[in-house]
Design a protein around this ligand. Structure first.
Ligand code: ADP
Ligand code: MG
Length: 460
């Protein structure tokens, strides 16, 4: 006889489970939406050309600057590419204040330029101090790659305009102008010997870094982020990007595409949908869009478990006295799920302390068992959705027909820190691909935003 809590838990597990048929439908629908986005501008999954038209061989060399404007920090670094897939990185980090994130374009970009100036003064040798070459002189210039992971329509490798801000940024006068020009203007004001050579999405950086560090095995086809959000860039045939017109003789054979796959299947034709998914969506500012991302990425998994627990609590099945934390949206981070998932102790003592510290609630063993089952199915659904969309990408690229092994670079805290996430992706791949799954290698692309930006600046 199962208890009411066990029965309710099993029901949620059932709702969140994805059948093989659903996984196959997702892979197939991905191909349809990808091809639509390659053909037509302005689609919900936009398939944005990055204007990066080659993949590193690992032999690239040189010193480059990189700026990574992330959600919480600004990173400035110099990247020394040594060839043979090796690199050295020197980085400095400064926090972004709310004032910078919601002020003016000039405020933000002059701050970035000042950080670049301070970095050069501190880390780049006498050459900088001696020459003091200024913009416009014929002196030495550093090429800078600018990692800017917001939705941008690019018109060239170092030009693009912002579609909208995300991740808590809101600087109205930065929407419209070319973001590279905004940065270059401020660098020039400080007379810095720096040229903004490339505008880089973090997924593109991940792809290039992985290709560089796997030193030219030639089969790295994609870079995927599984962090706050989820997205992917991949290597497409230029001729398939028909919305750019027919290739001219000046065009290269390939074009790296920033898929923006967070908005895959916004109309929910193949993604399954539970009442909790709708409740999470209702709490977001971009309601009804980025549906795929809201099932998969780090920003949302904590909120899914909070709402599930709140629902069970309201039904009197768990936590008869909900805490203030349980009632507060977005209190739980995906690290909560990681801690719960990892507990293998007999009395689930890690879960006991995690729930106590995050939610301020005591638990019984039976409650902890339920919480772990719920967390496991949320994590598994996320990884299986990632696997299914990867299989769609393999179909679109025909990569398994082209290469003996296909390589994919990954970055982001969910991929890196969620226990067993990589092996769950592998399980999903095996369900859909059978033994061919063993021909797909997936691995971390470390320092992707810095090295990737440097590689972009190099090919620019
Ligand atoms: P970003 O995507 O902003 O570059 P990250 O890759 O670090 O940054 O991802 C941040 C996300 O990772 C957050 O949404 C957070 O919930 C999640 N996260 C943080 N710690 C962990 C952890 N231990 N396990 C799984 N996810 C985590
Ligand atoms: Mg990141």
């Amino acid at each position: 006889m199962s208890t009411p809590l066990q029965a309710a838990t099993s029901q949620v597990v059932e709702e969140f489970s994805l059948s093989t048929e659903t996984l196959r439908a997702i892979a197939a629908e991905f191909v349809v939406e990808a091809q639509r986005g390659l053909r037509l501008p302005g689609q919900s999954m936009p398939m944005l050309p990055s204007y990066v038209t080659s993949v590193p061989t690992g032999e690239e060399k040189g010193v480059f600057l990189a700026v990574d404007l992330g959600g919480t920090n600004l990173r400035v670094c110099s990247v020394h590419l040594d060839g043979n897939g090796k690199f050295k990185i020197v980085a400095s980090k400064s926090p972004l204040t709310k004032k910078l994130m919601t002020g003016t374009a000039e405020g933000l970009f002059s701050f970035i330029a000042e950080q670049v100036r301070d970095f050069l003064a501190k880390h780049i040798d006498e050459r900088f101090a001696e020459e003091q070459p200024h913009a416009g002189s014929t002196g030495h210039y550093f090429k800078l790659g600018f990692t800017f992971s917001f939705p941008v329509v690019q018109t060239g490798i170092n030009s693009g305009t912002l579609l909208r801000w995300t991740k808590g940024f809101d600087i109205p006068d930065a929407i419209g102008p070319d973001v590279c020009e905004l940065l270059q203007e401020q660098l020039d004001k400080l007379k810095l010997p720096v040229h903004v050579a490339a505008l880089v999405n973090d997924t593109v950086g991940t792809l290039l870094t992985r290709a560089y560090t796997s030193a030219g095995n030639g089969s790295t086809i994609a870079g995927i982020i599984l962090g706050t959000g989820t997205n992917c860039a991949y290597v497409e045939d230029r001729a398939a990007v028909t919305k750019l017109g027919d290739p001219t003789p000046a065009d290269r054979d390939i074009m790296i595409i920033n898929i923006e796959w967070g908005s895959f299947n916004n109309n929910n034709t193949v993604l399954t949908r539970t009442p909790i998914d709708d409740a999470v969506d209702a709490e977001t500012p971009n309601k009804g869009v980025h549906i795929f991302e809201k099932r998969v990425s780090g920003m949302f998994l904590g909120e899914i478990i909070r709402l599930l627990l709140l629902d069970l609590s309201a039904k009197g099945l768990i936590f008869c006295q909900p805490s203030h934390e349980l009632l507060t949206p977005w209190t739980l981070d995906t690290s909560f799920l990681s801690a719960v998932e990892s507990d293998t102790s007999v009395d689930l003592s890690t879960i006991e302390s995690t729930v106590s510290s995050s939610l301020g609630l005591p638990t019984t063993l039976a409650e902890r068992e339920s919480i772990q089952q719920l967390v496991k199915i949320i994590g598994k659904r996320s990884a299986y959705l990632a696997a299914a969309i990867i299989v769609g990408l393999l179909t679109q690229t025909k990569a398994l027909d082209k290469y003996p092994t296909v390589d994919i670079g990954m970055d982001g805290s969910v991929f890196q820190l969620y226990p067993g996430y990589a092996s769950m992706i592998r399980d999903g791949l095996r369900i859909l691909l059978g033994k061919d799954a063993s021909r797909v290698t997936i691995g971390l692309a470390e320092d992707g935003s810095g090295v990737g930006a440097a590689l972009c600046a190099l090919v620019a």
